[in-house]
Design a protein around this ligand. Structure first.
Ligand code: FAD
Length: 318
């Protein structure tokens, strides 16, 4: 089986979520070809081999640098033709989602996103996807024709035992229609670790009483090398910027560790954090719903617990 994987590049490196997609594809079994756009060294791209890719196609053309969705979908369709891929895998993301939808139309493929496990190929090709913001699962039959699989973060463990992949330039016959939308500039949020990609997140809720108390959240986050997040009311009240709002209507995070401080654990908040590997909850109310979703819980006053936790981690680091 030939499998094509769309890999996203950030600052010259393959994103972690895309390495997961490559390892997921390798787990299906078959010839895995990855395709990447924009600026990245041969060495950085070859690293996809460690995660399970046999080959990497690189679209280095300047025009493809800025994350143009239409152009990426057309280039992927061309790569599907070239490789004869029947299965296309990508990471669910703000770029992957619209690209996969457009690609599905272009190549007439079925599409399942939010996929959480390797497919069941014992009798056809069935994938399990998370639905209703993680409250339920659906098994989707993708046996017929071409299929696109958008995997949820942390759905696959990144393999590291492969050999470097061969990297080949891939030229696309770009059409003007693909570049109707022009990305005129891109700005990186300054300073902090970006929340959607963060491996560690410290998040605060209304229990922190006011923006003046965020110093201890930032201190803990800095000590851990974590990004900071918050609940919706906190950003609604302008205690924190909106790009930190985690949940159903905000950013969906998938870190290895999510520390929730003074957050009750409403379903809309949980919808944004339920892909985290480990959840630690600090709340003074032992009945707070968040404890049900937690791997570890500390019942206590955040104003006492958080500074002590930070000091203890600092002591470990020294
Ligand atoms: P609260 O519910 O007020 O909880 C504060 C918590 O802090 C309590 O559990 C309390 O015990 C604890 N606490 C208080 N003092 C201390 C202390 N000193 N030490 C330790 N703990 C303390 N919310 C989101 O977060 N994200 C979303 O994306 C989102 N989308 C929504 C979409 C819709 C359509 C709707 C209707 C709601 C949405 N909400 C969302 C809001 C959500 O329902 C909750 O109201 C919100 O998550 C509550 O935020 P909170 O936990 O910070 O505040």
């Amino acid at each position: 089986m030939s499998i094509l994987v769309f890999i996203e590049i950030s600052e010259g490196e393959i994103k972690k979520s895309s390495l997961e997609a490559v390892s997921y594809a390798a787990g299906i079994g078959g010839e895995v070809t990855a395709i990447a756009f924009g600026e990245a060294s041969q060495e950085a791209l070859a690293a996809a081999g460690k995660a399970g890719a046999n080959k990497v196609l690189h679209v280095a053309d300047e025009k493809y640098k800025q994350g143009n969705i239409q152009a990426y979908a057309s280039a992927l369709a061309a790569a599907v033709d070239t490789t004869g891929a029947e299965t296309i895998v990508l990471a669910k993301s703000s770029l992957g989602d619209p690209v996969s939808a457009r690609l599905a139309i272009k190549i007439g493929a079925s599409l399942a996103s939010n996929v959480t496990e390797l497919p069941d190929t014992s009798n056809g090709f069935t994938v399990k996807r998370s639905i209703y913001t993680g409250k339920a699962f659906a098994n989707v039959d993708l046996t017929e024709g071409k299929r696109i699989i958008g995997i949820k973060k942390n759905a696959a463990i990144i393999k590291e035992d492969g050999a470097d992949a061969a990297v080949e330039a891939f030229a696309v016959n770009a059409e003007d229609a693909d570049f109707k939308v022009k990305v005129t500039s891109q700005e990186k949020a300054t300073g902090e670790i970006l929340l959607p990609e963060a491996d560690l997140v410290v998040s605060g809720g209304r229990g922190l009483k006011g923006p003046e108390n965020w110093g201890m959240i930032e201190d803990l986050a800095k000590t851990l090398g974590a990004a900071t997040g918050c609940s919706k009311p906190v950003s609604d009240m302008d205690w924190r910027p909106h790009h930190e709002h985690v949940g159903q209507t905000g950013i969906k995070v998938a870190p290895s560790l999510y520390i929730a401080v003074g957050i009750s654990g409403a379903i809309q908040h949980l919808a944004g954090v339920n892909s985290s590997k480990y959840i630690v909850v600090i709340n003074k109310d032992p009945e707070a719903p968040f404890f049900k979703a937690a791997d570890y819980g500390i019942v206590g006053d955040a104003f006492e617990v958080v500074p002590k936790l930070t000091e203890a981690i600092k002591a470990l680091n020294n």
